[in-house]
Design a binder for this molecule. Sequence first.
Ligand code: TXD
Length: 317
Amino acid sequence: MARAKIALIGGGQIGGVLAQLCALRELGDVVLFDIVEGLPQGKCLDIAEASPVDGFDVCLKGTNDYKDIEGANVVIVTAGLPRKPGMSRDDLIEVNSKIMTSVAEGIKKYAPQSFVIIISNPLDAMVTLCQKVTGFPYERVIGQAGVLDSARFKAFIAWELGVSVKDVVAMTLGGHGDDMVPLVRYASVQGIPVMELLEQKYGSAAKAAEVMEAMVKRTRGAGGEVVALLKTGSAFYSPASSAIAMAESILKDQKRVLPSCVYLNGEFGVKGYFVGVPTVLGEKGVERILQFKLDATEQAMMDKSVNAVKELVSSMK
Ligand code: TXD
């Protein structure tokens, strides 16, 4: 059976890690595209030369020609500028919209049957634009934000409680901005509410709430925290790992429940916008959106986040 083909558009920081993860996990053959000559070719050669050490059998090809993505099953897009300290994700909209338009045209022409996972910021707007330009069905165009935002939330909870990250369940909803919605009520350690464990640790509900509030705040600002440390760009290891989890679930039909930025048609009270919600990802792409009831506070936070997405999208027109 032929191997799957994964096209990575953008061979920068995230693109390079994506290529390496695809190879290490033998997810499929990789084509890494960038407009900078030599960059994707050099990264692919470098990764391929590690194959005898790591023991993976996949082909890696760096290219500056869209034709090489022909027949890709999954396309992951990181093309675009990253943030610098002091910038918000939304500051990237003008320049990254132009880039995304050309990228989407390339995907439409050469990989018309592919599933597309967008990583480029501002995420919610870039997914919207990519779907518009490609005209692909909604279940085949999704954005990565929630897997990473949730992973950050989970990591902070695990470190706070001194338990394995593997045993923490937690999720964020909404847009990939400072108004994202970390769901405190559903955060658990193997089903045990995190709030209960925090209360035991600190001896009072008030202190537990304070500690949780700090973790929620850190989650919302986690991208910026990394930008402030790196100074020259934004997070790249964790966004790559997150998108790979989504691609793997689609390619292997795992039907994992992963928060993804997807088109909503009334779910969670949102119609006509791409917003982060829990989805089942499988061989058909977005196979289902898992809906559940939000309480009044959560719904208010979700509405605020969705309004930010709406403003962002309208600023693109
Ligand atoms: O969780 C998330 N969604 C994110 C998103 C988390 C962190 C960073 N996120 C965003 O991903 C970030 O704000 C950027 O918009 C993208 C890519 O971040 P990365 O750190 O990989 O940026 P780089 O290193 O600058 O790489 C971008 C590459 C670079 O090599 C450019 O030459 C290339 O994009 N580029 C293009 N490729 C193809 N086609 C065009 N037109 C193009 N223009 C630039």
